[in-house]
Design a protein around this ligand. Sequence first.
Ligand code: SF4
Length: 489
Amino acid sequence: MTTSLDLPTWAAETPRGSGDQPYTYRRTPLVEPDWTRYPGFADVTEEQWRSAQWQRSHCVKNIRQLREVVGPGLDERFLADLERDQAARATMAMLLPPQMLNTMVPHLAPSEAGFTEALYADPVRRYMTPVFSDRRTDWPSHPFATRDSLHEHDMWATEGLTHRYPTKVLAEVLPTCPQYCGHCTRMDLVGTSTPVIDKLKFTLKPVDRLEEMIGYLRRTPGVRDVVVSGGDVANLPWARLESFVASLLEVESVRDVRLATKALMGLPQHWLQDDVRAGMERLATTARSRGVNLAIHTHVNHVNSLTPLVAEASRAMLDAGVRDVRNQGVLLEGVNADAHTLLDLCFGLQDEASITPYYFYLCDMIPFSEHWRTSVAKAQDLQHAIMGYLPGFATPRIVCDVPYVGKRWVHQLESYDHERGVTFWTKNYRTSLEATDAGALDRTYEYHDPIHTLPESGQQWWRDHAGLELADAERAARASREASEAQRD
Ligand code: SF4
């Protein structure tokens, strides 16, 4: 962690410019990269590009399609690297809308020299289309990494409805998205199975699942805040989403409804469709008349993803009457884990797209994510480094989602074992797993830094103890699962 006299590396390396500040603000207008630079999109018209249907039907889902779109300029070495990753590491299937592919290497055509290297280094590519050589070989996964690292499934009150915080629930209304992110924290459930991960399947029919959620909320008036997520709500047929949100708005105790959609950035065309805009206006009008805050939460990790179409979609939702569009990004090494990149993104969101920077989460402890994860200490440095530049209400909080606890600001920890990279956290409420657990509020809960960021002595400790610790963790997880099943029965 830096002291007030230690500047973080990014600041020390910054050339001294106007005002001698570590970060120099410059307004940068958004630009839609020229999609015709990709051979596969060379004949695509503006009308096609703006069509949600065209975007959906031209998503890149496999290596053959990527090769066809990018053309011979893409080195076979990259494709082999991707293929190896998909066979042995990828926890998410490939699904890349043209809109997102077009924001990779925005200033270079595949036929130009250096394209493949630029694609390897590209921040959007690094999390949307991971390749084997991106991942760490020493510790590809942390020994404590788990498929459902936040235990959301364990906390289902009804199928897909996670009741973790006292007054809030997460409604996973569907298990798909229009785009799949390599680091998805809900990799246990979301997307199609990969050779590495056989996905959990919902068992109820969608209509029954949503009805059960509404029923639970009607009989649980202590819940006032519902995050409607998935997956991505942009994949729910509009009529079904509108009817679900309309039902939520009829539950007297619900005061906040947040719709989670990365597609606002990945497929802005969806949110610009006439029927979606009209439907959102109906919902926003009802929400306002009942004094409920209806907002959209999106997920943008890098400023390159912000294009004029994204800004247009965000403003269309604000015009329709949603109270706010907010961003929840994920802090990822190789993508955005430096203060300049975070500030560029936040200013782009706030100034150019009317999206309020809100949170950056540490990447969760899921399998094969070690190359993306940062330590809590680095996250604390980054939080310090971005303070004071943005308006207070648009200064994002960097948070750690601590298993069995929930979101905690990165400076809120109780203690820190820097050698083993273990942070200890407390909480002030019981999750649904601990309704009758008298000791839940006195206990500390652990989060683990990536092992490769530790001092050599700490790394050695993990080499000596990982198997033992893992056995303990498995025992604890099994006990917790059995307790929650017994409680549900
Ligand atoms: S959009 Fe969200 S839920 Fe969907 S894959 Fe990405 S991170 Fe996961």
